[in-house]
Ligand binder design. Structure first.
Ligand SMILES: Cc1cc2nc3c(=O)[nH]c(=O)nc-3n(C[C@H](O)[C@H](O)[C@H](O)COP(=O)(O)OP(=O)(O)OC[C@H]3O[C@@H](n4cnc5c(N)ncnc54)[C@H](O)[C@@H]3O)c2cc1C
Length: 229
């Protein structure tokens, strides 16, 4: 923009919000991160309080748990949780094996692609989070259910649950989010893919391997190595 004031304001926002937040959240400088990641934080020129501007924003009347329970309630669907898929699925010569037997039906895989291929081209980088759950006697901790704290040391966000949806209870339970690198083997989950030029090239190699397997469908935030919201 040609206007000095607008440029100065943009620079101020970048220096005081985007840059420190990015350094904490991603552990790298903003210049290394793919621009699609920074675009996630939209600028709002209105008094709307919501984060999203979708016309329809709803929650299931009887909770998400109930919603998924109903979706999965079908005689052709069996749900098994707590199963490590990679102990059962294997890939050899562009063919899928399940429990050691060749598998010719369609297989949908929602895990990380590097893990499916034994990290052949190295580990894809992810960030994880440590959540610290706390309680306060105060009836309100912050003005909104989720607030980002770009300036604070160590943590990025606080979520205050009684505000989503609004509950009339005494005190308040909240979670403080501390970003950290994801390492397998520790009790961490891969949450956010670190999208840099190098990691996207690395992912493309895994994607090329996956595309050679006709009956494999890879999808979801991990297999797509994308940030979904
Ligand atoms: C910390 C965090 C906060 C978020 N907050 C929001 C939010 O406020 N609003 C919003 O809209 N979106 C939010 N998102 C994004 C949203 O959660 C995701 O986009 C969505 O859940 C992605 O669904 P998915 O099916 O792609 O992946 P997932 O929900 O991650 O599903 C993948 C599944 O595959 C399983 N899996 C992976 N590997 C294996 C394996 N080896 N063996 C067995 N099972 C395996 C996992 O256990 C998991 O159940 C958030 C994401 C994160 C990480």
């Amino acid at each position: 923009n040609e206007d000095d004031d607008i440029r100065a304001y943009a620079q101020y926002l970048f220096d005081n919000d985007y840059a420190p937040y990015t350094a904490k959240q991603w552990g790298v400088s903003p210049s290394e991160i793919d621009p699609s990641v920074l675009k996630r934080v939209p600028l709002r020129f209105s008094y709307d309080e919501g984060y999203f501007d979708d016309a329809y924003q709803v929650m299931p009347v009887h909770s998400f748990t109930e919603f998924f329970r109903n979706l999965l309630n079908h005689e052709n669907i069996t749900v098994r949780t707590g199963v490590e898929a990679l102990e059962r699925i294997a890939v050899k010569d562009n063919k899928l094996y399940v429990d050691g037997e060749p598998y010719n039906n369609i297989l949908v895989y929602t895990g990380a692609l590097d893990e499916l291929f034994g990290e052949k081209y190295g580990r894809l980088p992810y960030r994880s989070l440590r959540f610290e759950y706390k309680y306060t006697d105060k009836d309100s901790l912050q003005d909104a259910p989720v607030v980002a704290y770009p300036q604070e040391k160590g943590f990025t966000r606080i979520t205050e649950y009684k505000k989503i949806p609004v509950q009339d209870v005494k005190g308040s339970t909240y979670a403080v989010e501390y970003p950290l690198p994801y390492k397998s083997g520790e009790k961490l989950e891969p949450y956010y893919p670190v999208l840099t030029k190098e990691s996207m090239e690395q992912y493309a190699k895994y994607e090329a391997l996956a595309s050679q397997i006709d009956n494999l469908i890879c999808c979801g935030r991990l297999a797509d190595f994308r940030y979904y919201n």
